[in-house]
Design a protein around this ligand. Structure first.
Ligand SMILES: [Zn+2]
Length: 244
């Protein structure tokens, strides 16, 4: 792990609310931060989190984020006494903790109820066009996309809505698309007790379309093919169903 990332993580025992956000960066470290974001490279399959990530309650997190976001708006020169802006720090904090980053908390992971595959349906099941909204972990702006997931039953099946919920859970984190793809695939494999899982994600990154190179047309495709999906015919069948 490089020095910039080390700096960004609170490795001391200092409580997070006392942690100084004034980390002085050299020109090289600033350039590295730019490069890292532009390449959209992640560092690990697991979302990098500190062991003490859930010491604070949701209410405590909302209170602290509200204060920090108020500072950001203040530094930008916005008038926080304006009626339209005064509630924004609280709204953003609540949205972060309870909605768009709620997938960071394992307690929010959807419970996986499995059913016996009574019909002995041992063909491919495809759930396609699952719309999701995530956020790029390098810029904290939206990633909007569609996920297509498939599995071949090993004797158990899950409710179709669960496939959707798994996608939504991992989308509600600061993400890179490759990791999102992997996390969905790993969760499906564990829940369904099979390697025969496919995940394909096609997404627009607003950090690419609304800033940076400002390319509004490109989308990013990532995929995972496990077990039988590594077989060319099976993979083609999946791709035909989703008609990509
Ligand atoms: Zn980005």
């Amino acid at each position: 792990m490089d020095t910039f990332i080390d700096h960004a993580i609170n490795t001391s025992n200092t409580p997070i609310d006392n942690y100084s956000v004034t980390v002085k960066k050299t020109a090289a470290q600033k350039q590295h931060a730019e490069d890292m974001g532009d390449h959209h490279a992640g560092t690990a399959a697991d979302t990098p989190m500190r062991p003490d990530a859930f010491v604070l309650t949701d209410a405590e997190k909302i209170e602290q984020i509200e204060g920090h976001f108020r500072k950001i708006m203040d530094v930008l020169g916005l008038d926080l006494t304006d009626d339209s802006l005064s509630g924004t720090p609280y709204r953003v904090a609540k949205m972060y903790v309870e909605e768009i980053f709620s997938g960071l908390n394992p307690a929010n992971k959807p419970a996986m109820k499995l059913f016996d595959n009574k019909y002995q349906y041992n063909q491919m099941l495809v759930e396609k066009n699952i719309t999701f909204y995530s956020n790029c972990e390098h810029h904290f702006v939206p990633i909007i996309g569609k996920a297509h997931v498939a599995y071949i039953s090993s004797g158990k099946v899950i409710g179709l809505s669960k496939l959707n919920r798994i996608v939504q859970h991992f989308a509600k984190r600061p993400q890179v698309q490759e990791r999102l793809t992997m996390q969905i695939a790993e969760e499906l494999k564990a829940a369904l007790n099979t390697e025969d899982v496919a995940v394909l994600i096609d997404a627009h990154h607003l950090c690419v379309s609304s800033r940076g190179v400002e390319d509004t047309n490109s989308s990013t495709v990532t995929s995972y093919y496990g077990g039988q999906f590594q077989n060319e015919n099976t993979r083609q069948e999946f791709l035909k169903y989703i008609e990509l």
